[in-house]
Design a protein around this ligand. Structure first.
Ligand code: GTP
Ligand code: MG
Length: 194
């Protein structure tokens, strides 16, 4: 995919803020600090477009990015960070389920997990929601650069078993490993969703 233009569109805290245009959307969801924003920046080759942070729980709104004037990326807040206030924590599920169930522009949900870690309870919950929403979804195991090839292979197998999903893609925002395969999946979802 040739990125001609990528720009921040808006942050949405409530449904009324969601962009009104009909261009397709790809959503990036996952645990706090798992590397959602880094993955978006790496896919778009723009450093700092989506705000990354070593402080978990930084993104609290849905952040929309417009790519090539053709489609949008949606950076979700992370879930599962203990120090996020209770009120925000409970609104996460509400906002996510609403978006996943209602958003007609959604053509692909990318569920990002950490290739080093066991999927959490909330990962399993999100996985169920995505299954229920009955729309294309893809699990991406990121930070693969932190593992040896052997460990990565072993962990991908394990994550696939736990999430009951056999098509897991390994990714590294650091090395760009997996970028071509992930773009292929995104492109195909956008074309089919049109
Ligand atoms: P929240 O928005 O707070 O939920 O976090 P996030 O999921 O957007 O994570 P973010 O992209 O901010 O990354 C969190 C930390 O992980 C940062 O310090 C990143 O530099 C680091 N990180 C993200 N992806 C990778 C990766 O593929 N490899 C390595 N080595 N580090 C990564
Ligand atoms: Mg983020």
């Amino acid at each position: 995919m040739k990125i001609v233009n990528a720009e921040f569109l808006k942050s949405a805290f409530v449904e009324g803020d969601w962009p009104k245009d009909s261009r397709p959307e790809v959503a990036f969801l996952g645990r706090s600090n798992v590397g959602k924003s880094s993955l978006i920046n790496s896919l778009l080759s723009v450093r700092g477009l989506a705000r990354t942070s070593s402080t978990p729980g930084r993104t609290q709104s849905l952040n929309f990015f417009l790519v090539n004037d053709e489609f949008k990326f949606v950076d979700f807040p992370g879930y599962g960070y203990a120090r996020v206030p209770g009120k925000i924590k409970s609104s996460w599920g509400e906002m996510a389920t609403k978006y996943l169930a209602k958003r007609r522009q959604l053509v692909l949900s990318i569920h990002i997990v950490d290739s080093r870690h066991e999927p959490t309870k909330q990962d399993l919950q999100l996985h169920d929601w995505l299954e229920e929403s009955d729309k294309p979804r893809l699990v991406v195991a990121t930070k693969s650069d932190k593992l040896s090839n052997n460990e990565l292979r072993k962990n991908l197998k394990h994550i696939a078993r736990v999430l009951n999903d056999d098509s897991i893609l390994a990714y590294s925002a650091k090395s760009g490993g997996g970028r071509i395969e992930l773009w292929r999946a995104i492109k195909s979802a956008i074309e089919q969703g049109d």
